[in-house]
Ligand binder design. Structure first.
Ligand code: CP
Ligand code: NVA
Length: 298
């Protein structure tokens, strides 16, 4: 039973295979006659729509529910919901507040579980990010990306995928918002720990692309005022982008908070890759589901 709680549940070969399959116009119909449940404890635009389309493109039927209507963990235990869904579906995706919820679903081990974003990781986003950069650059050799801001779920999965594919990453975060030693050791074990700094200019100096995400992730609303005050020097504007390589790309998982973590001039610039990233969520989802559900790693 395969689960995808973060990108390193794939081998590097499987990760490359997922990106290759994402480019195929006619992927193997691994979900023909089957379905996938998609559960959401938090709002979503890209993840819901890209997953629903990817499941349909693989021949399957997506069945989406809000966790509140299921009563996940309240009306019924996480484990019993998982056992029930396994009777109907070939796979279950879940967007959750606490990573432990997807861990518990996977521990039941009766149906493949796909993390659709937790407080710890966002593997489906990272796959789309690497697909986007590979399309633009043709490969990762000699390339570097700076993630500027909170070393959060999106950053963790991106760095994980980058380490597995040999892409150099730098992370520029305020004091107290960077990675801890456990994360850094995990990245190093995968092949490459990111260079971390509290100086955003040092982070972006000469890089090929700059990545930003919200300063306030879903579930952190109580910390909003303190975070907004802390992160202002990490806003990605034209002045900060000027320290990157000329023509450097801009990445954002979206939704963007215009004027907070990124300015309009950067988000709307011709070098912005964000809409391609958003579309690639669907292609990457198709590729990785084809690998996970068919064991396709040739
Ligand atoms: N990037 C992303 O996961 O977007 P949604 O929250 O809209 O799904
Ligand atoms: N870090 C953000 C990503 C949203 C797609 C969050 O968790 O809310």
């Amino acid at each position: 039973m395969r689960h995808l709680l973060d990108v390193d549940d794939l081998s590097p070969a499987e990760l490359r295979r997922a990106l290759d399959l994402a480019e195929l116009p006619d992927p193997p119909a691994v979900l023909r006659g089957a379905s996938m449940a998609l559960l959401f404890e938090k709002p979503s635009l890209r993840t819901r729509h890209s997953m629903e389309r990817a499941v349909a493109q693989l021949g399957g039927q997506p069945v989406t529910s809000q966790a509140a209507e299921i009563g996940l963990g309240r009306r019924e235990s996480v484990e019993d919901v998982t056992r029930t869904l396994a009777g109907y579906h070939a796979a279950v995706g879940a967007r959750v507040f606490h990573h432990d919820t997807v861990r518990r679903m996977a521990a039941v081990d009766v149906v493949p579980i796909v993390n659709l974003l937790s407080d710890v990781g966002h593997p489906m986003q990272a796959l789309a990010d690497l697909l986007t950069l590979r399309q633009v650059w043709g490969g990762f050799d000699g390339r570097s990306v700076a993630f500027v801001g909170d070393a959060n779920n999106v950053c963790r999965s991106f760095v994980t995928a980058a380490a597995m594919l040999g892409l150099e990453v730098r992370v520029g975060s305020p004091h107290g918002y960077g990675f801890g030693s456990a994360d850094l050791e995990r990245f190093a074990a995968l092949g490459c720990a990111p260079r971390c700094t509290e100086d955003p200019v040092e982070a972006v100096d000469g890089v090929d692309a700059v990545y930003a995400d919200t300063w306030i992730s879903m579930g952190q609303e109580d910390e909003a005022a303190a975070r907004r005050a802390t992160f202002v020097p990490y806003r990605v504007d034209a002045a900060l982008m000027a320290h990157a390589r000329p023509g450097a790309g801009f990445l954002h998982c979206l939704p963007a908070h215009r004027g907070e973590e990124v300015t309009d001039e950067v988000l709307d610039a011709p070098t912005s890759l964000v809409w391609r990233q958003a579309e690639n969520r669907m292609h990457a989802a198709r590729g990785v589901l084809a690998v996970l559900l068919a064991g396709d790693c040739t």
